[in-house]
Design a protein around this ligand. Structure first.
Ligand SMILES: Nc1ncnc2c1ncn2[C@@H]1O[C@H](COP(=O)(O)OP(=O)(O)OP(=O)(O)O)[C@@H](O)[C@H]1O
Ligand SMILES: [Mg+2]
Length: 573
């Protein structure tokens, strides 16, 4: 019923929970005082000599104390749930930073979002309401027992004995509830996953008119989720009904005992009245705990997901700096995303410092996989990859990312101004430097006609054309000014003019930096010092463009096919 690890991981909230319990307990004492004043007053009236003024004074004082304690307890509940949210979200965030770029190897992005947002929210009730209630629900009946013992011991015993029936009922449903809730969470995250994916791909779904099919698929999943939600609610309502029966049944039993004892002359009228008024209070805290329990169970199921994320294995923190001589050597490089299929089968490649190397090959042969390995995103490779003689797996991620810049055909541009996006490449760059680099990628003219560096971009720069987006991504990469650049199809799917401009800039960059250019179009790599031709995850050939043409191998065949296609239109004219 209590998750020790959860409490230990947010030990800061313990003091708020303790204060919450204490305030609730003082409120209970105040309540007992009010009831005692009322009963004494009623008994006095009955006997014909009541002192109303002091009873009223006690009652008003006790009600004030109770009010203040209740306000204080809600404040403590708020503080403990706030602390939990802050601490756990910070821990999830730090964990992600420690997992680093290869986090996606172990966990889906949508799962992280759900766990960090909804999952952590679910713990609000656990810390803010359930835990304080757990302790208070034990303290309250014992306190009332002590008070009622002064009036009539048998009634106190009957009331106290009935109280544990509520936790017994809770425990009885717990195993079943746990299974149900874990299923509920599984379907909740599955539905969230599909929803996020379909929302992101909505345009594509519309284009292929597959939205109706996806709609039906999501409806089916939502229906499953509805059913499991209804099951959870039914389970909760049923167990609350059982708890109500026990709570009010137990209170009634206590009242019957008290009244019969009064009728038999074993108890005073005031004592009997006080037991009548307090007997429900024996059970209410436990019953309240029962209703919080179901929400808390949700939180506990969510905490399993949170701990699963926090427990993901982390690589030893790497500390070696990236050497200044960043010659990259891959030897016997093997890699698999899944155990059943090896993607790279013992690849040997060398990218000397300051060289211009290209990797070509048919789609799916493993070019981007090589780039991902070099960028430290795929760590489970076999064989060796070294940078300036230091093993890639020993180099600190920060240092690696400062030295290697990756530009793909879908580099991410953020919502915000052009200046903000460019400054990610170099936060210290002045406006003059930003404009100079924009001139280099031939985007300055367009931006001047807009709002200059203040031009607002939508998410993923949706308000720019494909070519403009790619020029801006290149400008940001140039500002990064790292010794190594990897361009992965950086000129795919854009207009010819943009492609030529970007290639010009890549060739210029290759004069001073180590450049690795991954491309489909062989015409764009002819100037490279060395070209590696990958075929099904292995190097088929390598050499310069002219040397490869002379070999009449895979490269030459690909070249001829592409040239024929490119010249097709021209010959026809
Ligand atoms: N995250 C992944 N999980 C599982 N398999 C993957 C993953 N990414 C790529 N693959 C598989 O690895 C193989 C190589 O993919 P890679 O992206 O390296 O190819 P590529 O040569 O860059 O292709 P393209 O020219 O189309 O970009 C493909 O067969 C692909 O199915
Ligand atoms: Mg690729």
């Amino acid at each position: 019923m209590i998750r020790k690890r959860l409490i230990q991981s947010v030990s800061e909230s313990k003091k708020y929970i303790a204060a919450n319990v204490l305030l609730q307990w003082i409120a209970l004492l105040a309540n007992i005082a009010t009831m005692a004043a009322i009963t004494a007053c009623l008994a006095g009236l009955f006997a014909g000599g009541a002192n109303l003024s002091w009873a009223a004074l006690v009652a008003v004082g006790a009600v004030t104390v109770r009010f203040l304690c209740t306000v204080g307890a809600s404040r403590m509940a708020y503080l403990s749930s706030k602390t939990v949210k802050r601490v756990l979200r910070a821990r999830i965030y730090e964990k992600l930073l420690r997992l680093g770029a290869p986090y996606a190897e172990q966990v889906k992005t949508s799962e992280i979002v759900q766990v960090a947002v909804e999952g952590v929210d679910q713990l609000e009730t656990y810390f803010g309401a359930y835990l304080p209630q757990f302790f208070y629900a034990m303290l309250a009946p014992l306190t009332l027992f002590a008070v009622v013992c002064f009036i009539h011991v048998p009634s106190a015993v009957v009331l106290l004995v009935c109280v544990p029936l509520i936790p017994i009922a809770i425990a009885a449903v717990q195993t079943w509830a746990k299974k149900l809730l874990s299923k509920y969470w599984g379907q909740y995250t599955a539905l969230g996953d599909t929803f996020l994916e379909n929302l992101q791909g909505l345009t594509t779904l519309k284009i292929y008119q597959a939205d109706a099919y996806k709609n039906a698929e999501m409806n089916a999943e939502a229906e499953k989720f509805r059913k499991i939600t209804m099951k959870v609610l039914t389970m909760q309502l049923n167990s609350i009904t059982i708890m109500d029966l026990i709570a009010y049944g137990g209170a009634a039993l206590g009242m019957i005992v008290a009244v019969t004892q009064y009728a038999a002359g074993h108890m005073s009228l005031a004592g009997c009245l006080l037991i009548l008024l307090l007997s429900a209070d024996f059970f209410l805290p436990m019953r309240q705990l029962g209703s919080f329990f179901h929400i808390a169970m949700n939180g506990m199921a969510a905490s399993d997901k949170i701990f699963h994320l926090l427990d993901l294995p982390e690589a030893e923190p790497k500390t070696a700096p990236c050497p200044a001589d960043c010659t990259i050597v891959c030897s016997g490089l093997r890699f698999s995303y899944t155990p059943e299929r090896e993607i790279l089968h013992g690849v040997d490649m060398v990218f000397p410092k300051g060289s211009f190397t290209a990797i070509v090959g048919e789609s799916g042969c493993g070019k981007s996989t090589v780039a991902s390995i070099l960028m430290g995103r795929c760590r489970t490779y076999a064989g060796s990859v070294t940078l300036g003689g230091t093993a890639l797996c020993d180099i600190a991620e920060n240092s690696l990312l400062q030295n290697l810049t990756y530009v793909s055909h879908q580099s991410y541009l953020f919502e915000g101004t052009v200046r903000e996006n460019l400054r990610m490449g170099n936060p210290a760059a002045s406006d003059a430097v930003l404009w100079a680099v924009l001139e280099r990628v031939r985007l300055a003219g367009f931006l001047r006609s807009e709002n200059g560096l203040e031009t607002q971009l939508l998410e993923r720069a949706a308000n720019l054309s494909g070519g403009q987006r790619q020029r801006l991504a290149l400008a940001r990469a140039l500002l990064h000014n790292s010794p190594v650049y990897i361009f992965d199809e950086a000129t795919s799917n854009i207009d010819v003019e943009s492609e030529d401009d970007i290639l010009d800039e890549i060739y210029r960059l290759a004069e001073t930096k180590t450049v690795i250019l991954i491309a489909h179009r062989l015409a764009s790599v002819t100037g490279a010092d060395q070209i590696y031709v990958l075929e099904n995850g292995a190097i088929a050939e390598s050499g310069s463009h002219t040397a490869l043409l002379r070999r009449h191998g895979v490269y030459a065949r690909l070249w001829e096919t592409q040239q024929r296609l490119e010249n097709f239109g021209k010959e026809a004219v």
